[in-house]
Design a binder for this molecule. Sequence first.
Ligand code: ZN
Length: 160
Amino acid sequence: MQVAKNTVVTIDYTLTNNDGEVLDTSKGQEPLAYIHGIGYMIPGLEKALEGKSEGDSLNVSIEPKDAYGERDESLVKTVDRALFGGIDKLEPGMQFQAQTPEGIEIVTVTAVNGDEVTVDGNHPLADVTLNFDVQVLGVREATPEELEHGHVHGPGGHQH
Ligand code: ZN
């Protein structure tokens, strides 16, 4: 069976940036299982996996526009320390969920200066070219229930 829309694909993967640093890997963990074609994966990786079969390996380099996007400097904002009222120790690198008119956004604190806090709403992997080393471990049809839930059941997925 080949990877196509509404198939469940099980993969082992290692993600590196252009400096060769490992950003994420399934090695040492359970392989990742996902439903293909429903927007779970970044578009560039779905495109590379389309048509592949069990046992195939691939190395793919994905430009930011097909991954987590390019940096948008307008997403860097200075906000009042009071917005973080409940947090005693605010430090660069901390991440928070912010409610914005466009929905939930993850922001990262990049600087704290007295009452002024600088937050960055860009994805941490914005502007990063992603290099994936992927092994396809399995491909099967998704069940109607999995399609309804929008996630995989069983190994590598939800257990319920
Ligand atoms: Zn479910």
